[in-house]
Write a protein that binds this ligand. Structure first.
Ligand code: CDT
Length: 318
C-alpha cells in the first residue's frame, strides 16, 4: 500500500524590519503558486514567517514589540494567503508570533506558534513552541541578542498530533528539533509527518566553536528524529543575512529512513518538494522501532521525573 502526499518546504530568505506584512504575504503566496506547479498538497513555511526575527532586539517594555504579533489567525494581513491556498486546494503550516486574548486574569500571553490549515481552508490546529532557547535579559556582550525567553512563554500544551492530510501529523518549532523528546512524544502517538520551522543564527555566542557545525547539527537531529520514530520530517528555514545576522538555510525533507530526499541549495526564498509515501513509516515503526515490542518505559523513569543532570556521588574510596 502507498499513501502519497506531495509536500513543499517553502524556505524564506531574510525579512527586514521595514518589510510590510503585505509584502511578506505576497512572497508566501508566490511560493504557494510555485508549489502548486509541482502538484503539492501541503506547504510548510518557517518559524516566525511573517516578520523579521524580532527577538534579536531588546526592549524594556514587551508591548513595544506587539506590532510583530498576530492577535487573530487568519489576521487581516494573512487572509489573502488563506484564500489563495483554499482556492488552490493546498494546505499549509505557518509560523507566527501569537498574542492571545486576555485570560480570566486579564493577562495576554505571547507564544511562538504554528497554525496548520487543511486543503479546504479549515484550521486543523495550532502548535505553541515548548522549548524556548536564548535568554530573558539584555546581554550586551553578545554581537546580537536571542531574547526568545523574553518575548515568548513556554507552552505547556505539549506535542499533540492530528489526523490530517491522509495521515497523522504534528508540528515542532526550531529549538524543539534538537530535543529527542519532541519526536518521541509524537512518535508515541503514531506520527507520520513532523513539520518544523526554524530561525537558526550561524553564530552561537555562548560557544562559537559550534558555529561551523550548525548545518551538521541541524540535519543530525532531524534525521535522527525521523529514523528513530519512523516518520517523515520537513525542516524549513528562514535563512540568509537578516539585519546583519546570518542564519542557517539548508531546509530539507527527510524520509523515515533518516535520509534527506530534498534539500534547499540557496539561502533565499526557495521551494523544494518531495512526493512522500506515508506508508513508508511502517517499514520502521513495525520492525526495528516497534515501540510496543521493544521499548522499556519501566527503566526510563528519569526522562519525565528529572529535569537536570544528577551525577553519581564522588568516589571517596581512593
Ligand atoms: N529560533 C530558535 O529556536 N533558534 C535556536 C537558536 C538557539 S541559539 C540561542 C535554535 O535552536 O536553532
Amino acid at each position: 500500500m502507498s499513501r502519497y502526499i506531495t509536500i513543499a518546504a517553502a524556505q524564506l530568505g531574510p525579512i527586514e524590519k521595514d518589510h510590510s506584512r503585505r509584502s511578506v504575504v505576497e512572497r508566501l503566496i508566490a511560493m504557494l503558486h510555485q508549489a502548486a506547479t509541482s502538484n503539492c498538497e501541503l506547504v510548510v513555511f518557517p518559524e516566525l514567517a511573517l516578520t523579521t526575527f524580532f527577538p534579536r532586539w531588546y526592549t524594556e517594555e514587551l508591548s513595544a514589540h506587539d506590532h510583530y504579533y498576530e492577535t487573530s489567525m487568519p489576521s487581516e494581513a494573512t487572509q489573502p494567503l488563506f484564500d489563495e491556498a483554499k482556492r488552490l486546494g493546498i494546505g499549509f503550516a505557518l509560523g507566527y508570533a501569537e498574542l492571545t486574548e486576555p485570560d480570566v486574569d486579564g493577562r495576554q500571553h505571547r507564544f511562538n506558534t504554528t497554525v496548520l490549515v487543511e486543503r479546504d481552508g479549515t484550521i486543523v490546529g495550532k502548535y505553541r513552541k515548548v522549548h524556548i532557547p536564548g535568554h530573558e535579559d539584555d546581554e550586551p556582550w553578545r554581537p546580537f541578542q536571542h531574547l526568545e525567553r523574553r518575548y515568548f512563554e513556554e507552552s505547556n500544551e505539549g506535542f499533540g498530533v492530528h489526523r490530517a492530510f491522509g495521515g497523522i501529523v504534528g508540528m515542532a518549532t526550531c529549538n524543539d528539533r534538537r530535543w529527542p523528546e519532541t519526536y518521541r512524544e509524537m512518535g508515541l502517538q503514531g506520527v507520520e509527518l513532523i513539520m518544523i520551522g526554524y530561525n537558526t543564527p550561524i553564530h552561537y555566542a555562548p560557544d562559537p566553536g559550534q558555529n561551523a557545525l550548525q548545518g551538521f547539527h541541524n540535519h543530525l537531529c532531524m534525521q535522527a528524529g525521523a529514523y528513530q520514530n519512523g516518520t517523515w520530517v520537513v525542516g524549513v528555514a528562514k535563512g540568509g543575512v537578516e539585519a546583519g545576522v546570518e542564519s542557517l538555510a539548508q531546509s530539507c525533507i527527510i524520509a523515515p529512513s533518516g535520509q534527506i530526499v530534498a534539500q534547499a541549495t540557496t539561502t533565499g526564498d526557495e521551494v523544494i518538494t518531495a512526493r512522500c509515501d506515508l506508508d513508508r513509516c511502517k517499514d520502521f515503526k513495525e520492525t526495528l522501532f516497534n515501540f510496543d515490542r521493544y521499548r522499556r518505559p519501566d527503566v526510563y523513569q528519569r526522562i519525565t521525573s528529572q529535569k537536570g543532570v544528577i551525577e553519581p556521588p564522588e568516589n571517596t574510596s581512593n
